[in-house]
Design a protein around this ligand. Structure first.
Ligand SMILES: Cc1cc2nc3c(=O)[nH]c(=O)nc-3n(C[C@H](O)[C@H](O)[C@H](O)COP(=O)(O)OP(=O)(O)OC[C@H]3O[C@@H](n4cnc5c(N)ncnc54)[C@H](O)[C@@H]3O)c2cc1C
Length: 203
C-alpha cells in the first residue's frame, strides 16, 4: 500500500514539475519531514519555491555571470541548509523525487554549472554554511564550503600576522568550487594550490 501511494506521488510530481514549484516544494518538505528520524527537520525558511519572497534574491545573490540572469533554466527549489545533515536530507529527497541536484558555494562558475541544469533540479546553496575556525597554535583551520576566500583570509589575518593560506585573488570566490576546481594565487609558487594544503574533508 505504501508503495502504491509513493508511485502516485511521484507521478503527480513528474507531471507538474516544469510549472508547479510550490507543489514540488510541498512534496519535498513532506519528504524531508519523513527523513526527520534520521536527519534533522528542515525548516520552511530553508526551502524556497519560486513563489517564495527570497527565491530570486538568493538565486541571483552570488551569480557572477550576468549572461545567465534571465535564463529559463531555474531551480524548482532552492535549499539553503543550516547544517550538514540538512544537505544529506536535501540530496536524498531530490533523488527520491527524481530531481537533479546542483551545489553552489560562491557562484563564481562562469558557465553557471552550480545553478543551471537542462532537467528539473534542486539548487543546494551553501550560503549559510560559511564558518571559519582558525587554530593558530597548530596552524590549521576548519572552513565551511560556503565561505568566501575573503572571509578565510580575513579570519586568518585577524588571528595572526604571519599565517596565510595559498588560494586565489578574488575575495568573493567560494571555498567549495575554488578548492575543488581552481586555486591559482600569489602564494602558489611556494605553497602550491589549496588542494595541496587541505588535510581533511567532511562530506
Ligand atoms: C571574479 C572571479 C575571480 C576568480 N579568481 C580566481 C583566482 O584568482 N584563482 C583561481 O584559481 N580561480 C579564480 N576564479 C575561478 C574560480 O576559482 C572557479 O570558478 C571556482 O570553481 C569558483 O568557485 P565557487 O564556489 O565560487 O563557484 P560555484 O559556482 O559555487 O561552484 C563551482 C563548481 O563547483 C561545484 N561546487 C561548489 N561547491 C561545492 C561543494 N561544496 N561540493 C561539491 N561541488 C561544489 C559547483 O557545483 C560548480 O560545479 C575566479 C572566478 C571569478 C568569477
Amino acid at each position: 500500500m505504501a508503495l502504491i501511494s509513493l508511485i502516485a506521488y511521484l507521478f503527480l510530481v513528474l507531471v507538474s514539475l516544469p510549472t508547479s514549484s510550490s507543489i514540488c516544494g510541498e512534496i519535498f518538505s513532506q519528504c524531508i519531514t519523513a527523513q526527520s528520524s534520521y536527519y534533522t527537520r528542515i525548516s520552511d525558511q530553508t526551502i524556497h519555491t519560486s513563489n517564495s519572497t527570497l527565491y530570486s534574491t538568493i538565486l541571483q545573490s552570488s551569480q557572477q555571470n550576468p549572461r545567465w540572469l534571465n535564463s529559463t533554466s531555474k531551480p524548482l527549489l532552492i535549499v539553503t541548509p543550516l547544517k550538514e545533515s540538512e544537505i544529506q536530507a536535501a540530496v536524498l529527497c531530490s533523488r527520491k523525487l527524481g530531481l537533479q541536484v546542483r551545489v553552489r558555494s560562491g557562484g563564481h562558475d562562469y558557465e553557471g554549472l552550480s545553478y543551471l541544469c537542462k532537467t528539473p533540479f534542486v539548487l543546494i546553496d551553501l550560503i549559510n554554511l560559511r564558518s571559519v575556525k582558525v587554530n593558530v597554535a597548530d596552524q590549521t583551520a576548519w572552513v565551511q564550503s560556503g565561505a568566501t576566500l575573503g572571509e578565510l583570509y580575513y579570519s586568518i589575518a585577524k588571528k595572526s600576522e604571519v599565517l596565510g593560506f595559498p588560494a586565489g585573488f578574488c575575495p568573493t570566490v567560494g571555498i567549495g568550487g575554488h578548492f575543488s576546481g581552481g586555486g591559482l594565487g600569489t602564494l602558489m609558487r611556494k605553497h602550491g594550490l589549496p588542494a595541496d594544503n587541505v588535510m581533511l574533508t567532511m562530506t
